[in-house]
Write a protein that binds this ligand. Structure first.
Ligand code: TMP
Ligand code: ASP
Length: 240
């Protein structure tokens, strides 16, 4: 698969065209960003670490029947993915109250939730990814009712697979963000999981100590960010 021109540069990944219009290359850079791009840095080995973790998690999800855009690892920092048209919304599931939900409702971080809570956010850094509901999404045309239902169902299915997987590794899957789209070759077909699953887009706490193993280490200046990402990889059995 030949890497061609740059298609899109995100905050942590760059997407390249290939010689096949149905496939793209996702290149994981060492860049890290928080607070919608307000805080930026480069962290040595982040790209290769996240590329590996994502490949492992996507592989587990697809083996369990969740359709994903991930095709295969190409090298340390590149993965081959199916070309997608993404929906402009982010799907968050929370098993434990933390982050923006704790702040928004004045609930203590670490409060267990009796059931997972699903939230939609609009993917728009300039607006700081505002919380949106089903009506906003449907009536403003970001996704239709069927896509909304599929996103919720698939995000909960992912939770049912990943929460126990992390638990076995001594890690609490506190919350995470997923993004969905349609593959270019089947634009009316079922939704497919895109983007990534890495410690950049989720909260992971050590089950015994509560130590943070995710991007909150960067957001909150806790240090040793990539060492902790690599600890996650080791614990879940993702080859580094
Ligand atoms: P939040 O607490 O900031 O709303 O985030 C909830 C989870 O979703 C957290 O693990 C981070 C992840 N997330 C992203 O990775 N990117 C985003 O743009 C948003 C809104 C959430
Ligand atoms: N992923 C977003 C950003 O880079 C939000 C965050 O993680 O804080 O800026």
């Amino acid at each position: 698969m030949e890497k061609r021109q740059e298609r899109y540069r995100g905050k942590a990944k760059t997407v390249y065209a290939t010689d096949d219009p149905q496939h793209l290359i996702m290149h994981y850079r060492d860049d890290v960003s928080a607070f919608d791009g307000a805080k930026l840095a480069k962290l040595d080995r982040k790209g290769e670490t996240n590329n590996r973790i994502n490949a492992y998690v996507m592989g587990k999800l697809s083996a369990a029947g969740v359709p994903t855009h991930f095709v295969r690892l190409l090298n340390e920092r590149d993965s081959l993915v199916k070309a997608m048209k993404m929906l402009p919304v982010e799907c968050v599931v929370r098993n434990v109250c933390a982050g923006s939900m704790a702040k928004r409702y004045g609930i203590e971080e670490g409060t267990r939730l009796p059931e997972p809570i699903f939230e939609f956010f609009l993917k728009n850094d300039a607006l700081h990814d505002p919380l949106v509901n089903d009506d906003h999404i449907r009536i403003l045309g970001w996704a239709n009712a069927d896509e909304i239902a599929q996103m919720k169902k698939m995000t909960h299915e992912v939770n049912a697979l990943l929460k126990p997987m992390f638990e076995t590794a001594g890690i609490v899957l506190v919350d995470y963000k997923l993004e969905f789209g349609h593959t270019l070759d089947n634009p009316q077909g079922p939704l497919v999981l895109g983007d990534e699953f890495t410690p950049d887009g989720c909260r992971l706490w050590d089950v015994k100590t509560g130590e943070k193993l995710d991007k909150d280490r960067f957001r909150r200046d806790l240090g040793d960010v990539i060492e902790h990402y690599r600890e996650v990889a080791r614990r879940i059995g993702a080859p580094l």
